[in-house]
Design a protein around this ligand. Structure first.
Ligand code: UGA
Length: 446
């Protein structure tokens, strides 16, 4: 058992075991609890019961394997196995953007209630971890109270998570803060028992009401998105004046009130969280009549998507205002390094736009090739970064994988058609590329 394992015998069910749920289930087992994950997708279920993560996430496979092997963790598709077995149910399903609307699609949350509520006959705590519009927890509560045999014995709490892809295990085991949206001292005590280990390590806890807990998550992601769009707007100022946006970010970031995190200029934010959470936040603000939030965040969103267009414009300029007959290499397909996730990836979006203009686009990514092929089957894919660069008229650096920073500009110059590189992530060593005879361009850098 892990040192400091909490005493007591809470049994934990985790409903929905994709990214958030798989990390949560493995993390709760590591904290010392018996855990059952409920997963309705057969393929994912099989992987998880073999101790394998349903997606690429550093450190998650070993943790799952460790606890599947120890017997402390297993997965099922049958809700009946967890109903009246667990003391605490964590809801960890996805809340994607609705088709044709900015609002969050709560279909998966509602299905969990459909399946679980009729099976709960004894008092328990149901804790939402999914990112939801403020007000959702009360609707969920009403449904459990009216549809569960246990009635008001089913208590609802909300405990938003702040996991970053590629750091999910660490963020689960060592969160930077815990937010407990609770309605009773008993619920708070139960959550303190669940998270006894990080709390003992000094993790701060904010105990608040349900709407505050719901708003913390949307507010955090909206603020992070705002920071990124802010530095990207300053990047335009840097371009217009000859300033260097990276040094600007460093200098701003030394101010503790600002901080350096989320101030890397680049092709803008993507992924399965920031873009859709920002929109869901705006949609909910609209329903509540809070126009200030919409005005502010609409611009954040617009700045973000203009970044992609800007990369395409600079690409066109560097190709000599020609598209047809030009070979463009795109280094990176994942929305950021350390993941195989391509949801709303700036890299793939930009690759697709350039192809639509008529250039031949070849993509390479160390982890996200399968997902990229599925989403953008018409792009060309290479088996290595070097292979992708052969005969290129322009290389685009769009996802910040360390292996791209290790490329040798001297050797690469021998295999490209023209030595031109657009470093949209601003992370390559400009001096060594220029010294090797490359035309090096990075938006926001002199
Ligand atoms: C984000 C939040 O950071 C997590 O706290 C949150 O829990 C999660 O969403 C979620 O809602 O579940 P994640 O989507 O994994 O996590 O990715 P981030 O590391 O925040 O990056 C998001 C995007 O912003 C990426 O495309 C990244 O390349 C971009 N980014 C990030 C920048 O352009 N500049 C930066 O300085 C930082």
């Amino acid at each position: 058992m892990t040192e400091g394992t909490p005493t007591g015998s809470l049994r934990i069910a985790v409903i929905g075991t994709n990214y958030l749920g798989a990390n949560t289930a493995a993390g709760m087992a590591e904290f010392g609890f018996d855990v059952i994950g409920v997963e309705i997708d057969e393929h994912r279920l099989k992987l998880l019961n073999d101790g394998k993560a349903p997606l690429y996430e550093p450190g998650l496979d070993p943790l799952l394997k460790k606890h599947v092997d120890s017997g402390r963790l297993r997965f099922t598709k049958d809700y009946r196995e967890v109903a009246d077995w667990a003391d605490v149910y964590f809801i960890c399903v996805g809340t994607p953007q609705q088709e044709g609307s900015d609002a969050a699609d709560l279909g998966q949350v509602n299905s969990v209630v459909d399946m679980l509520a009729p099976l709960l006959t004894r008092p328990c705590l149901v804790v939402g971890r999914s990112t939801v519009p403020v007000g959702t927890s009360k609707l969920v509560e009403q449904r459990f109270h009216s549809e569960s045999p246990a009635g008001i014995g089913v208590e609802i709490a909300w405990q938003p998570e702040f996991l970053r892809e590629a750091h999910g295990v660490d963020d689960t085991l060592h969160p930077d803060r815990l937010v407990f949206g609770v309605q009773s001292a008993e619920a708070e005590a139960t959550l303190r028992q669940v998270f006894a280990i990080p709390i003992a390590e000094g993790c701060p806890v904010v105990v608040c009401n349900l709407p505050t807990a719901e708003l913390v998550k949307g507010g955090a992601n909206a603020f992070l998105a705002t920071k990124i769009s802010f530095i990207n707007a300053l990047s335009e100022m840097a371009d217009a004046t000859g300033a260097d946006v990276t040094q600007l970010a460093d200098a701003l970031g030394f101010d503790k009130r600002i901080g350096r995190g989320m101030l890397n200029a680049g092709p803008g934010y993507g992924g399965g969280c920031l873009p859709k959470d920002l929109r869901a936040f705006m949609a909910r603000a609209g329903e509540l009549g809070v126009e200030e939030v919409i005005t502010l965040l609409r611009e954040v969103d617009d700045i973000n998507y203009r970044r992609r267009a800007r990369v395409v414009d600079v690409t066109h300029e560097l190709l000599g205002a020609e598209w047809v007959g030009r070979n463009v290499t795109v280094l990176g397909a994942a929305f950021k390094a350390g993941t195989d996730d391509v949801r709303d990836s700036p890299a793939l979006d930009i690759a697709g736009r350039i192809q639509l203009h008529g250039a031949t686009v070849t993509v390479y990514d160390p982890e996200a090739m399968d997902n990229a092929r599925r989403v953008r089957p018409t792009l060309r894919y290479a088996d290595s970064a070097v292979e992708a660069c052969a005969d290129a008229h322009l290389i685009l650096h769009l996802t910040e994988w360390p292996e791209f920073r290790a490329l040798d500009p001297v050797a690469l110059k021998e295999i490209v058609a023209t030595p031109v590189i657009l470093d949209a992530r601003l992370l390559l060593d400009a001096a060594s590329w220029r010294a090797a005879g490359w035309k090096y361009r990075a938006p926001g850098k002199a």
